[in-house]
Design a binder for this molecule. Structure first.
Ligand SMILES: *Cc1c(COP(=O)(O)O)cnc(C)c1O
Length: 394
């Protein structure tokens, strides 16, 4: 019986240039974001300038995690205690956590069978709840019809915060994911598209949102030293109005990310190559179906989702453990009890209101989820899908 013996959690090494720069920073002892000589920009501000240019947005703030980027984005966009925040119910736990942390109240919205926010349910809940914010997670890289989402947001006067943890480098109708909404958050946590252990990026074209986020990240009134910031006048009206949450990135991690920016486009192409190999192999297995991807979407295949008619909800745990025994590490977001990076919305018990969302549950009940690390090869993809096929045929 063939087995797969490579870990699904093994990332590639940090590029040598990043390691060298990290060592230099360590030798200098100057790691804090504002520990700079008078004429020095510093690694964090440089990263912000580079990422803003790459993303095609005016402003960028580097943060200590994707979760903190989302929190700052929500607060800077205006969310405060008791405000309602619409959010698709299929996402990762830092998302409801961010809403909770800023004192917002989540209004969970259904997803469809292709893992997008359900625009009918979004319009309905926007209308009935009166919520003025939408935190849209492009979960696992699946991008909803952004024109429809933004049309609904316009109709109801909703500010859109995009969670692009899985869509760094993705596009919709040629527009980079994150540039449709008012503000976007990215993650550089180890399993995302750039790896600094933990880390995040916030981007926006809105000068006031940018200024507020910069102050809240802990600017100690040194905001003029930031790499992609609005002009100093924008800060004047808010500089003493925003609290300090101490969550900007440090030079060490910024250096690791900067070194990966130069290979980001290449890595996106490599992810998509592996994804397409897995996708076409999986499609050849009887009874397996894959999500329908919108023609307008350019995705980054850093993970893959599939469904199988053969397995009922109750069969999935056993299927996962049989694949796991052969080295194929699959995940499931349908389990009642959250485990290992997966959780279903109804396990977020700290939320005030946990609605019944039958469409979301139905989609997650049958969805198998798999990470696609860049340390895998074409042959690895073939071995993995052979094992999946054989475990499905037993
Ligand atoms: C990883 C992730 C985040 C942010 O996570 P951090 O670990 O805080 O960087 C946000 N949303 C989704 C969907 C994620 O997968």
């Amino acid at each position: 019986m063939i087995r797969f013996d490579k870990p699904f959690t093994q990332q590639e090494p940090i590029p040598e240039a990043g390691i060298e720069r990290a060592v230099e920073i360590l030798r200098s002892g100057r790691i804090h974001r504002y520990n700079l000589t008078p004429d020095e920009l510093g690694d964090v501000a440089q990263l912000e300038a580079d990422y803003a240019a790459w993303q095609g947005q005016d402003y960028c703030l580097a943060t200590t995690s994707g979760g903190t980027a989302i929190q700052l984005a929500l607060r800077a966009a205006g969310v405060s205690h008791g405000d309602l925040v619409l959010a698709n119910a299929y996402t990762l736990a830092p998302v409801p956590g961010a809403i909770y942390n800023v004192g917002g109240k989540a209004v969970l919205v259904e997803i469809d069978q292709n893992y997008h926010i359900d625009c009918d349910d979004l319009a309905k809940k926007a209308d009935t709840s009166g919520a003025k914010y939408l935190l849209l997670s492009h979960m696992r890289g699946h991008i909803a019809d952004m024109e429809q989402v933004m049309a609904i947001a316009d109709t109801y006067g909703i500010t859109v915060i995009e969670d692009c943890a899985h869509t760094m480098g993705a596009r919709y109708h040629g527009v980079r994911s994150g540039n449709y909404g008012h503000v976007a958050a990215f993650s550089t946590q180890t399993y995302k598209h750039m790896n600094s252990g933990e880390g995040g990026l916030l981007t926006t074209n809105d000068p006031l949102i940018a200024a507020k986020a910069i102050i809240m990240s802990g600017s100690y009134m040194l905001y003029e030293r930031h790499g992609a910031r609005p002009s100093a006048e924008v800060f004047e009206t808010i500089r003493t109005k925003m609290p300090n949450f101490s969550c900007r990135l440090d030079h060490l991690r910024a250096a690791l990310i900067t070194a990966q920016m130069s290979v980001l486009d290449e890595n996106i192409a490599r992810w998509n190559h592996l994804y397409q190999r897995l996708d076409s192999n999986l499609r050849r297995i009887e009874g397996v179906s894959l999500p329908v991807r919108d023609q307008a979407e350019f995705y980054v295949g850093s993970s893959i989702q599939f469904r199988t008619d053969k397995l009922g909800k109750d069969d999935i745990p056993d299927f996962l453990s049989r694949c796991g025994a052969r080295g194929v590490d699959l995940k499931w977001f349908g389990a009642e009890r959250p485990t290992a990076f997966t959780s279903r919305y109804d396990s977020w018990e700290y939320l005030d209101d946990i609605p019944d969302l039958p469409a979301t549950k139905a989609a997650l009940d049958k969805t198998i989820d798999m990470r696609v690390p860049l340390t895998f090869t074409d042959d690895d993809c073939d071995v993995i899908t052979t094992i999946i096929a054989s475990e499905l045929s037993d």
